[in-house]
Design a protein around this ligand. Structure first.
Ligand code: C5J
Length: 221
């Protein structure tokens, strides 16, 4: 019997390694690296970079435990035909498809769109290219998870209040149980990080559980 439980808030989350996947959200160079698009917007990337090492440790533990590992990237086709016109107007002074410090912003194939080397996928790990904030919208993520019989998701990545929690909310509605290790998710805004994590676990795990990297690693060992 491989059933175990993650120590988590608001209460322990039972899981089975065979039906659990790690989903690494948008750990892309433009969001996380100094001299990327995130920093060019005036954000302090050290606030999201603190998640890299805990993510790396959870990624290694997940690989060792034989979990399905999925990576996502937010971005669009070079001709932007998959970008809703409304999304194209957002950004204040910078816009999707315009020139950023590491290539065109949020465009597939550009250097800034790539995943950071510390968390790079290995052979056999699906990479989901998503046009939206949530990882299920217009992607085959649900199909991949369903075909593997996945029930529980460990969700890491950036940013906590945007793509991480959008994905967790979507996953919860689709019947997945989601665990978010607090030190494996990052935001440029500490107040958003705190509020987002509180919202997930509020009202008896309204749409998920919150834990940390060391609890996840211990449970997967
Ligand atoms: C992500 C964003 N990945 N903040 N995107 O959170 O626009």
């Amino acid at each position: 019997m491989s059933q175990s439980a993650f120590i988590a808030e608001p209460f322990a989350l039972p899981f089975d390694k065979k039906t659990t996947a790690l989903v690494m959200i948008d750990m892309q160079r433009d969001f996380v690296e100094p001299a990327g698009f995130g920093e060019a917007l005036g954000n302090d990337v050290s606030l999201v970079r603190v998640a890299i090492q805990p993510c790396k440790q959870v990624l290694e533990a997940a690989r060792k435990a034989g979990l399905l590992v999925v990576h996502t990237r937010e971005g669009h086709r070079p001709d932007l035909t998959d970008c809703p016109p409304a999304k194209l107007t957002r950004g204040g002074k910078t816009f999707i498809g315009s020139k950023g410090p590491m290539g065109r912003i949020l465009v597939r194939g550009e250097a800034g769109h790539d995943l950071i080397p510390e968390l790079y996928p290995i052979a056999g790990e699906p990479v989901i290219d998503k046009p939206g904030k949530g990882a299920f919208y217009q992607t085959d993520l649900h199909l991949i998870l369903q075909n593997r019989g996945i029930k529980t998701l460990i969700v890491c990545g950036v940013t906590t209040e945007v793509c991480v929690t959008t994905t967790v909310r979507e996953a919860n509605d689709r019947g997945f149980e989601c665990l978010v290790p607090a030190d494996c998710v990052g935001s440029y805004f500490p107040e958003f990080q705190k509020a987002s994590l509180e919202m997930i676990k509020a009202q008896g795990a309204i749409f998920g559980w919150v834990s940390n990297a060391s609890n996840v690693i211990a449970a997967l060992a």
